[in-house]
Design a protein around this ligand. Sequence first.
Ligand code: ADP
Ligand code: MG
Length: 369
Amino acid sequence: MCSTSWTRDGSEDIELEEIGDGNINDVFRVTSVKERSQSLVVKHGPAYIKCLGPEFPLSIVRLKVEYNALAAFQRICPGYSPCPYYFDVETNAVLMEDLRDHSIMRKELISGNINMETVKKIAYFLACVHRDTHVSKLSEAEFEKLQQDFQNEDMVSLTRQYIFTRPFDKTDPTNRCSEAVQKKLHLIYEDPGLLDSVWKMRNLFLEKKECLVHGDLHTGSVLVSNNSAKVFDNEFAYVGPAAFDLGLLIANYIFSYYRHMSTQENHDTHRKFSQKLIEACYLTVNTYLSVMTCTVGQRHEYLNNLLTETAGFAGCEIIRRIIGTAHVEDLEGIPYAEEDALEAGVRLLLGHDRIHTIDRLMVIALMLT
Ligand code: ADP
Ligand code: MG
């Protein structure tokens, strides 16, 4: 299925290029000098957060989890993620297919490019992974094994802190936001109802064991080219709620929506593009449900919960990307985009209990009439 014709005797002349952004791991492209079309990607994880240094330890288990998840993805939905070639225990490195002809989806969205076929593929991929690892589909022993293979405590703890805890603690020194957003912070810190909702979503994230989830599915975790979509960077994979992946993905389409709605020059072109992002949200949920609902029983209750939880997680992701430490390029520096998106996140969190359909989610997030 996944193979490479590389020799492993060390005699190959190779060229090494660092391609990672250097935050958590080392990511290199290795190219054969003799046969330049031959290349692979090596992802290596130090035992600490690379950009912060050794005083911030982080379990190296994450790279084994990344490899396990790539292998599971390839088995369940071949061709929708990079092929895993090898996991080297000694150096704690994953070797995988080099998708050098692809580009990061977030960058494409920022440039105003979207291909609905890739949007559909991401949702299809996600649904297949969730369906085939769903608690209702596996035996008890199989589900137990899945949880063991994807025990990823340190990464789950990072998400807990950076999505659900730190951004909602106004004294946390890692938070940052623009001056315009500062004027809106009372919407977060002075609303006990909102903080209760965040706490509820945090507990759901930690406690609901539903299926294998990617765990960090934003538009920077997808490589695209023409009709091809490849989901990668799955070191946060764990067994958790399906809606966590869906919520993050929808939130990231919403970021792009607000970017293009707020861009002043070539106003009409950007407006038109933002309408495509609404379409992308519908297509995502509808494609996802067309795969999932064939499998999961209690259709009505299942649907009700899925969209409620998706809205809640989307709300947390939107807010933390504007007032927490990790911001998104889609919104930064675009006047009004951050404030408008922040308010969308607040509406989703406060209203998530009453959201049971994608229609309702979009109406509340984007104030559509
Ligand atoms: P990290 O988790 O440390 O951020 P990523 O897995 O996100 O590392 O990889 C960092 C960057 O390296 C990506 O944004 C992408 O540009 C590039 N990259 C990673 N994996 C591949 C791949 N399989 N093919 C091509 N480029 C890749
Ligand atoms: Mg990563």
